[in-house]
Design a protein around this ligand. Structure first.
Ligand code: PHE
Length: 341
């Protein structure tokens, strides 16, 4: 029996030692120490021993049991530690591996053009104003000298919110002239960029929503020469030194005299080509001297003060600046288009 116990002990310890994992170890525990285990089987034979032999054998059996239990305990701890080590190793994050760069966007081409315009005017001492897109007809028309019945007030051109045609989506940024005159101390030098709305069908050059930049100067002794000088400087900064401009007479209800400014075609240099539709010139903006009636309606003495104003289409400016052929590209926001700027 003594030999049997020694054999079980040696076998069991070797088996525990080479157990591959917690489950295998548990199976071994049952095999040796379980109710039907090998050690238990030996102990059951104790009854056959003589009373003299029994105490010593009992003690030996207990020692073997204790040794096996001990070994299971240590092996179990070793296996747990190994499992933990393996997991830590597998889950290690290598903080030195370069990360995936997030895709960075950039400014929309139209806002690149707007920022250039803003920079030029801020450099000349102008303040940039922001104003409401839902506007009162009072500001969009009445105080701009476009009386009831003026064609631009027609329902077929303008988005109104009410039956009486008093609240509307602004059709131009010019109401900002009035808002500036009513609230700002004189002299005034402002630009006011923003969205405007007209009932136009979408095509290569039209959209029911587009952007304008309004500009206005009110001071003593301001003349048409200041208007031309300032706008020529702006055009040279936008399109390059020596860019030629031309001023044509025009009509707006809120300026007198009124004009449109053209720039010489950048494609053909004025000879005439498809880009300028054979004209040699491309229309850029509307402008004029602020009408004395408009000054008076906003509480400014037209005997003392004069002023000039202009309104420029932003999409067109960006299209010319970046040679974009179709207005729709500016609004569709196709990344393959936007990425090019
Ligand atoms: N508001 C005019 C338009 O939309 C442009 C303009 C602005 C003309 C200021 C003269 C002075 O066409």
């Amino acid at each position: 029996m003594k030999d049997q116990l020694a054999k079980i002990k040696a076998e069991a310890l070797a088996a525990f030692d080479s157990a591959g994992g917690p489950a295998a170890l548990d199976a071994l525990r049952v095999k040796y120490l379980g109710k039907k285990g090998e050690l238990t089987a030996v102990l059951k034979q104790m009854g056959r021993l003589s009373p003299q032999e029994r105490p010593a054998m009992g003690q030996l059996a207990n020692e073997v049991r204790a040794a096996l239990e001990n070994a299971i305990e240590t092996t179990s701890k070793r296996l747990e530690q190994a499992a933990l080590d393996a997991r830590l190793k597998a889950e290690t994050v290598d903080v030195t591996v370069p990360g995936t760069a997030p895709a960075l966007g950039h400014k929309h081409p139209m806002y690149i053009a707007l920022d250039e315009i803003k920079d030029i005017f801020v450099g000349m001492g102008f303040t940039v104003l922001d104003g409401p897109e839902v506007e009162l007809a009072t500001y969009n028309f009445d105080k701009l000298n476009a009386e009831e019945g003026h064609p631009s007030r027609d329902w077929s051109d303008t988005f109104y919110f009410d039956e009486d045609s008093r609240v509307m989506l602004r059709s131009q940024t010019s109401p900002m002239q009035v808002r500036a005159m009513e609230t700002m101390p004189l002299p005034i030098r402002i630009i006011a960029p923003g969205r405007v709305y007209r009932k136009d069908e979408v095509d290569a050059t039209h959209s029911p929503m587009f952007h304008q930049v309004e500009g206005m100067v009110i001071d003593k002794g301001v003349t048409m020469a200041d208007l031309k000088g300032t706008l020529n400087t702006v055009v040279e900064q936008l399109y390059g030194k020596g860019t030629k401009t031309r001023f044509r007479p025009h009509h707006f209800p809120f300026t007198e005299p009124s004009c449109e400014m053209d720039v010489q075609c950048h494609k053909c240099g004025g000879v005439g080509c498809p880009t300028c539709k054979g004209e040699g010139w491309i229309e850029l903006l509307g402008a004029g001297m602020v009408h004395p009636k408009v000054l008076e309606m906003s509480g400014i003495d037209s005997e003392v003060y004069t002023g000039w104003a202009f309104g420029i289409g932003l999409e067109r400016t960006a299209m010319r600046r970046f040679k974009i052929a179709d207005l729709r590209l500016i609004f569709e926001n196709d990344v393959r288009f936007l990425e090019q700027f």
